[in-house]
Structure formats: structure tokens, C-alpha cells
Design a protein around this ligand. Sequence first.
Ligand code: OGA
Ligand code: NI
Length: 360
Amino acid sequence: MGSGGFENERIRELKAFDDTKLGVKGLVDGGIQTVPKIFIQPSKGLSQELNSKHHHSSNFQIPVIDLASGRCEEIVNQIFYASSEWGFFQIVNHGVPVELLDRMMEGSRLFHEGDEETKKAFYSLNKRKQVKFSSNYDLYKSQTANWRDTLTIDNLFDGHLDPNDFPVICRDVILEYTRNMIKLGDKLLELLSQALELNPCHLRLTTECTRGWLMACHYYPACPEPELTLGASNHSDPSFFTLLLQDQIGGLQVLHQNQWVNVQPIPGALVVNIGDILQMISNDKFRSVEHRVLANHLGPRISIAFFFEGLISSAKIYGSIKELTSEENPPSYKEFTFKEFATNFFSRPLNETSYKHFKL
Ligand code: OGA
Ligand code: NI
């Protein structure tokens, strides 16, 4: 068979998977004992790396920042260090009740482990649908599918969203959780502004990014052959910044100084990471760093990613923040609207970094 034959076979397999409308969990519930070809990472690389003796040897730990530790100046310094050196940090004492975090995780679990007909009714790969269940939004674009399913909710077009469209089983908790994320997002924008030595209101006023958001409730089923596939391929986030809630299973890794560093689960903590847009408007002062999620024998693993984005309907033009550029340090990126950014992102597979497209 020529490569065209393999390609046709692959597309047939993708289509058959897509048609089940039940994602990876559907395969696992069906009793699958091996990882189907469409999920297998290109040969050697991953399994060699995971089996190598250097794996797990990293002693690094991403910064943990206590937002209630008192001294604002100290917190701002820690945020500057974490955002510029790591692009990732965890926050504790962030003001969102731990009880709400638990209820959000439980709400997502109830959806993913709930009635199959309901899930099928939400299933869609249409990027314009605001509330949808899918497995691999880039299923037909990426080289390799990821071992995860996702319930997505977004108000990216104009900030408007009808809660009646949410799955009933987690409707109330989603509303409460999103309100809390937006409030915390505003607080983080103040700290991030101060870390860039800008007026504390600067990012909140100039980005509009807490008005447009996308929430991804990920479900990573236990995997029979976790060294053959990934829960999420290497990528950086197409956001201003992202707030991630993860359970205690682990598997999220961040690329730091060429090593994959585990993001250790901490009960009650939220993970913050700088996204591509903040890297671009900060003119590379803050870094949008590659990360991935390993597949796991244990599990399922649940995480909730909340991306602060902006609005597609807004005419706002983003570019390097004036205060952060100078003659010696000119802008590194073209100006863009969020619509241009989002169109570019959604036309690519997850593992193709979107900020490169805007590099000058
Ligand atoms: C993402 C992501 C990590 C996780 O959704 O962009 O990186 O732990 N998620 O689910
Ligand atoms: Ni991510």
C-alpha cells in the first residue's frame, strides 16, 4: 500500500472514532486493551524518552506563590520571576473556596461519566458552537490524536452566553466557577501589570481579556499503554493567560531549560500559565512555555482549564505595550486583532505554536 493508502486508512479510522461521538472514554468503556493507531505518537521518540534513565530525574519544581502572604511587593517580585523565567506557577490562598474547586471537578466528572445519549447530543467539532463535547478539537488536522475528551464552554464571539445551553448536571457550578475565575483573573491582571512595572489597571483596561474566555473541562481516561500516546501534545496556550485546576493524579509537564518538569498537584492550588498573547504584548518579557500531559495507567484524570482570551467581535488591536519597548528594544511581533489571532489558531493543530505566525 502506498502512503496514500495509509492516509485513507487513517482518515477512515478518524471518521469511525468521530462517528461514535463518545470520545476516548467510549473506547475505554468498550474494553479496549491496546492504543489504536490514530493515537500513537510517532515511533521511538516518546517511549524511548519515558523509558530512559534520565526521565524523572529533574529536581526542578515550578514556583508556588502564596497570594495571602501579606507583602504585595514580595508577591509581585515572585510573579515577575515566575512569569519571565518559567511562564508557569501555582497559586495558593487565591480566594476561590476549595469547596467550589471540588464541586467544579465533580460537576465535570458527572458530565463525562454520565448518560451517553446526553454526551452524544453535545458532541460537535464545530468551532462556532459555544457549548460542546468533543475529543480532539483538531482531530482531522493533527498528526496524532490525544488521549482525552473535553467539554468546552466559550463566549469568545461577543461575550454572550446562555446558561440554558449548558449541560444541566453541571450548569450551576459552571456559572459559579466562571464568576470566580473572572474575579481572580482581574486580581492576577493587577499583579501581572505591577510585575511589568505598569499601572496596576493597565492590563485589565487594555486587554479586555476577562470578557472573552474559554473553559475546557478535560477528562483523561486511564490508558492501557501510556508510553505510546499523550493526554495532550506539546503546545503553548493561545490565551493571555490560563488558570488550570487539576486533580491529584498528575501528568502535566512543563518544558524548562530543555527538561520536562512535572507540575506537582497541590490540593487547593491553581496553576497559572502565561499564554501566547501575553508573551507577544509583553514583547517577550513574559514567556508562553510549552507543556504537555502524559497519558496514565491510573485515572481518569480530570482538569479544568480556563483561558482568558478577548472577544472576536471586538475591533481592538493588540501590539507590544508601548512602555515595554524602546529604540534598543523594538516590538518583536506584528499587531493583530483577537479575531486574526483566533482564526490563525483554530486553523492549526494544537502542537503548532501560534505566536510564531506574528513574529516580525
Ligand atoms: C490545556 C492544558 C493541561 C491539563 O488545556 O491547554 O494544557 O493538565 N491542559 O489538562
Ligand atoms: Ni495548555
